[in-house]
Design a protein around this ligand. Structure first.
Ligand SMILES: Nc1ccn([C@@H]2O[C@H](COP(=O)(O)OP(=O)(O)OP(=O)(O)O)[C@@H](O)[C@H]2O)c(=O)n1
Ligand SMILES: C[C@](O)(CO)[C@H](O)COP(=O)(O)O
Length: 232
């Protein structure tokens, strides 16, 4: 039986509303490089993928200017309204080449600070896992549940068993495609691949990752990401 191959999906079809920039955040630059290009190089230069699909907006005018767009290892596909739709679209773009039992890693375009050691640990720890899993990091702050539409503390949440989900998240191509289809069709709120797999009844495995694998989301994250990258 042939060894499963590894595929990479990078959802990059978001509009970056919370960043409040004049372009989607994946097309902001750090050290003169598009964030999207930085993210892709941190993955493709540190692991052996059989192929990579980047989900971009159908009207994306920046993609042709990226280094990725002229990289033979990378193809683009049209993303969707939500992140889960973009990931499903990329999985469907892979379906003719990837076997159902092949592994697929899904990593946010907005997470350029992934450390190679975390990528290696995810691949190694999950290579024989029956389901797959995700990089995550323990919650380090005290968490407050706030009453809706107010700034009043309702209660303090016990954080001892709470983890922040990161990416990459790594699952079998066929299982993830089916889980995403079912979760999206049911209207279940899918904010990461693991939640779709859980919805389908699977138990993903947590692999501890570095807390500096940040998702660039709001303006303050940009300088922080630049500092982290300068020290990786
Ligand atoms: N319809 C969407 C929405 C998001 N993403 C991607 O999913 C990743 C994580 O999503 P998020 O940080 O929420 O990005 P945005 O949706 O762009 O941000 P915002 O919610 O602030 O608009 C990003 O790389 C983003 O490009 C995507 O491919 N397709
Ligand atoms: C996938 C993710 O980065 C894991 O924390 C997160 O769920 C993405 O959420 P977003 O609202 O699409 O940024």
């Amino acid at each position: 039986m042939s060894k499963p191959r590894y595929w990479l999906i990078v959802p990059a079809a978001g509009s970056g509303q919370r960043m409040k920039a004049d372009c989607p955040k994946q097309y902001l630059r750090l050290d003169h490089q598009y964030i999207l290009d930085i993210t892709l190089s941190r993955l493709l230069d540190n692991a052996d993928f059989s192929g990579c699909v980047v989900a971009i907006r159908a009207d994306d005018p920046w993609w042709p200017e990226t280094a990725a767009s002229s990289d033979a290892r990378i193809e683009s596909c049209a993303g969707g309204a939500e992140r889960a739709d973009s990931v499903l679209s990329a999985l469907e773009a892979l379906a003719s080449r990837a076997d159902d039992d092949d592994w697929v890693l899904v990593h946010d375009a907005a997470r350029p600070c992934l450390h190679p050691n975390d990528l290696e640990r995810l691949l190694t720890q999950l290579q024989d896992h029956p389901v797959g899993g995700l990089l995550a990091t323990p919650v380090a702050d005290t968490l407050k549940l706030v009453a809706s539409d107010s700034n009043q503390v309702e209660t303090t949440i016990d954080r001892r068993h709470l983890w922040r989900a990161l990416t990459p998240q790594m699952f079998r191509c066929g299982a993830l495609r089916m889980a995403l289809k079912a979760a999206i069709a049911s209207g279940y709120p899918v904010t990461d691949e693991a939640s779709a797999m859980e919805y389908a009844g699977n138990v993903p495995c947590i692999v501890e990752g570095r807390p500096d694998n940040i998702k660039i989301t709001v303006p303050a994250d940009l300088a922080l990401a630049g500092f982290i990258l300068s020290r990786l």
